[in-house]
Design a protein around this ligand. Structure first.
Ligand code: ZN
Length: 294
């Protein structure tokens, strides 16, 4: 989205919500990162009452999508949350489509890797083949929470949506939004790429609720670029996989450790350890790395 369009859309958003009551604020708001919770945008002259600039809880509830749910807004860490949804007791209704403009597929392409166990680690998103430079779009409207470079995700953008979900777009060659930017469904968030821990350009796309990954295939039919449902009935079953994942135990390799020693210690065998970790009996154990034993 170009700057003037961005300013316009942000201005429109705040005007529409009754927030923008002074001329020329849109640029400030575009830059503001309001959402850092420190201070409200400077809409008054310095001599006016300082208190008017204090950013408070009701401002957060008003301007930050789903703040009533998350109660936090962190634009430094991709995964700052500590909710355990494997214990959730209720069904939560997530509005995926209020009208035909509510959703746009981030990119329509061939899925190259799915959500779930991939070799010996869990893959928390889906990978879609893209070419470097392909446009990657925000799935729903919301506010950009993260736009930075991460060692694993590469150039990564996370958007917090009004429906309570967060979506994540990784390995981008370029990011086209900044923290605090308002995006509509279908707005450009970045360009496809191969940055971070990635071999070959692809989009790694995640859908999370309160930080816990949901299988994106439960939400989006990637082949056709359509939603699976208008409303997602989110319940414990969506997070059942977390129980299995959390039951997996790891041993951190220390000096002097051998595969047979580790196998003896945990009542297993060298061949079972090799199978679980995709290694051979002759593989050199690296100190500090973790090895799965159950
Ligand atoms: Zn991936």
């Amino acid at each position: 989205m170009n700057r003037s369009l961005l300013s316009f859309s942000i201005a429109f958003f705040f005007a529409a919500t009754g927030y923008l009551n002074a001329q020329g604020l849109s640029q400030d708001i575009a830059r503001l990162n309001v959402f850092e919770l420190s201070k409200a945008p400077s809409s008054t002259s310095p001599e006016e009452d300082e208190e008017e600039n204090e950013w408070n809880l009701s401002d957060s509830l008003y301007h930050i999508p789903s703040y009533e749910l998350y109660r936090s807004w962190n634009n430094k860490r991709v995964h700052p949350y500590k909710f355990d949804l494997s214990k959730m007791s209720d069904t939560v209704m997530i509005a995926l489509a209020v009208d035909s403009c509510s959703f746009v597929a981030p990119f329509i392409g061939r899925k190259t890797s799915d959500f779930g166990m991939r070799r010996y680690r869990h893959h928390y998103g889906v990978d879609i083949k893209v070419l470097t430079g392909d446009p990657i779009l925000s799935a729903w409207e919301g506010v950009v929470r993260i736009s930075h470079y991460d060692r694993d995700y590469g150039n990564v953008v996370v958007v917090r949506h009004n429906n309570g979900l967060e979506s994540l777009y990784a390995h981008l060659s370029k990011r086209k939004v900044q923290c605090g930017d308002w995006v509509e469904a279908g707005d450009l968030v970045g360009l496809g790429g191969n940055t971070g821990r990635s071999t070959g350009s692809h989009l790694h796309f995640e859908v999370r609720y309160l930080g816990e990954p949901i299988n994106p295939n439960e939400v989006i039919d990637f082949e056709h670029g359509l939603l699976c449902y208008d409303t997602l009935h989110l319940n414990q079953e969506h997070f059942e996989y977390l129980k299995e994942l959390r039951a997996i135990k790891y041993h951190r390799i220390r000096q002097g450790d051998t595969l047979s020693g580790i196998a003896r210690r945990y009542g297993t065998t060298v061949s079972a350890l090799c199978r679980l970790n995709g290694i051979r009996p002759s593989t050199t154990l690296r100190i500090g790395r973790s090895i799965r034993y159950n």
